[in-house]
Design a protein. Structure first.
Length: 263
């Protein structure tokens, strides 16, 4: 059985203010194996966030269903750790309190909360910042906190929606290495949405390319680059081959998306 099964999931948004209904997603069917790191690549507006929100249980599918370990997803839950592009930390809580938030909600004893928080604070390189408030930290540090918070709950799957999209290039590259390093140790199942081709190849063992809206999975490409990976792999000939292929596919979809917007 697959870890995550997305089965015939589509989404149409009802018309707003006398307009037309928006068909955001064509039926999508996808099996995600345990320990997969899947990146979902597609042009803006193709339904990537819609799909991820449905897996998170934040949005309901119009048709189809999502099964996580065989159970139908109907609402958000601690078994799915989410990180979004815009910082979603609680501004009134410290870094440590943010990381402990889900554990506290679950009624985990304080001693265990402290232990888990310390472990993940160390792992994302935030030691010394436990008592800081989010606004005192850089964007990269805030996203490391969000990642630590998601991991501290020990979710079955991590759902990341352009988590590094608002960061500068240097920070972004470091965050990719950090996340990949964590994955290489834990092999947690990950669904990671991005519109950055390099990021999609560097992180994944499988890249899904989505078509222009209404989104569907246009191709499913296995990335057979060895682990552990570091930034140097981005200059390898194998990497360049994946990049050429994906650039071509994304270009076609981006042109379609642009034409659809003008129509
Ligand atoms: P992506 O994340 O790939 O950029 P989204 O999933 O955010 O795309 O959006 C897909 C399409 O669905 C877009 O055309 C968007 O405008 C539309 N859409 C997303 N959310 C809503 C909503 N709540 N109501 C109406 N339309 C929406
Ligand atoms: Mg999006």
């Amino acid at each position: 059985m697959s870890k995550l099964r997305i089965s015939g999931v589509s989404r149409t948004f009802p018309p707003a203010g006398g307009g037309k209904a928006v068909r955001a997603l064509e039926p999508v069917t996808l099996d995600v194996a345990d320990n997969d790191f899947i990146t979902i690549l597609g042009p803006s507006g193709c339904g990537k966030s819609t799909l991820l929100r449905i897996v998170a249980g934040l949005s309901q599918p119009t048709t189809g269903q999502v099964l996580l370990d065989g159970e139908i997803v109907t609402r958000p839950g601690p078994d799915r750790g989410m990180v979004f592009q815009s910082y979603t930390l609680f501004p009134w809580l410290t870094i440590k309190e943010n990381i402990c938030f889900g554990l506290r909600e679950k009624g985990v004893p304080a001693a265990i909360q402290n232990e888990r928080a310390a472990f993940f604070i160390e792992r994302v390189g935030l030691r010394g910042f436990e008592g800081h408030y989010p606004k005192m930290l850089s964007g990269g540090m805030q996203q490391r906190t969000a990642l630590a918070r998601a991991l501290a709950n020990d979710p079955k799957i991590l759902l990341l929606d352009e988590p590094f999209g608002a960061l500068d290039n240097q920070t972004r590259a470091l965050m990719q290495e950090l996340l990949l390093g964590i994955w290489e140790q834990d092999r947690k199942t990950v669904l990671f949405v991005t519109h950055d081709i390099d990021e999609s190849i560097f992180l994944a063992n499988r890249v899904l390319v989505m078509s222009a809206r209404p989104g569907r999975i246009k191709s499913d490409i296995a990335v057979n680059l060895p682990h552990p990976r570091d930034y140097k792999i981005k200059t390898s000939t194998d990497f360049a081959r994946y990049k050429a292929q994906l650039t071509e596919e994304i270009r076609e979809e981006s042109i379609k998306a642009m034409i659809a917007m003008q129509a």
